[in-house]
Design a binder for this molecule. Sequence first.
Ligand SMILES: [Cu+2]
Length: 318
Amino acid sequence: MLKSPHNTTLPKDAPTKEIKFELSGNMNRYVWSMDNKVVSESDKILIKKGENVRMIIYNGSMMRHPMHLHGHDFRVLNGQGENAPLKNIIDIMPMETDTLEFNANMEGDWFFHCHILYHMMSGMGRVFTYQNQTPNPLIPNPKLAQRKLFGEDRKFHSMAENDFATNGNDGMVMIQNTRWSIGSEWRLGYNNMHGYESETHIGRYIGKMQWLMPFIGFDWRYRKLHNGEFEKNLFGQVNTKDERRQISFGVAYVLPMLVTFQTEVYQDGNLRLQLMREDIPLSKRLRLGARYIFNKNMGLRTHYDSDMGYGIGLYLNY
Ligand SMILES: [Cu+2]
């Protein structure tokens, strides 16, 4: 165990403020947080000059997080008593709890964050600030500084994929940030009989764990059969509409094993329930997916679609 060569005890007569944190995150959506809140969703932590601050940090995520404090060195209470080592970064393993303490002796606004920079940018951090401190001349506009900091974990990222298959095109584009998700999926046949369709969802993940997303959807579908032909669905109902434009309202919930349960009500009163799983979708169209990945941007995939038949295709993603 790491040990300091000298005594590192904090001032004995100072009051102690104790703070508990859980390191948290949603790995599926790449959102990293503390107590399930990202930086822009949380207040600064107010401390008083002269007090001792003790942090008890539990890592409830499945990744290690090297937590780094600016402006102070903290004691790591690792069983070395008066010779607890002084550090300003500590790598906290999954399911590990660490206790750190420092004396609040340096006024300012100090960032405490995970030093894996992708985690920091996605929101794993907090700001410590001193009560009644004198303004920092280096930050003439604190409001603007805060807006810039909060802007980091609100940034949007995007991805897109299209599969150029023998039986049609299958693709999606998605733009997301910590809370918002805007996504569109399409299946485009090569002729009117195969049909064309797209679904667009705009939603917001709610709740502390972000598995639940209410959304508004827009569906478009066009298909034209030869004269005299008609199709029946699984329940024997005849589909007579060539074109369908519908607005919907729905909720998506991610179940264990990353299965998404989605329920949606359309403006015409239709209700749709879906269970979906990436690469093994089990939707109303029951696509069987076998995928071979060449590299991170390209692969081969087989398809079955009730409108478009069997196919095999090359897909590209970004
Ligand atoms: Cu981290």
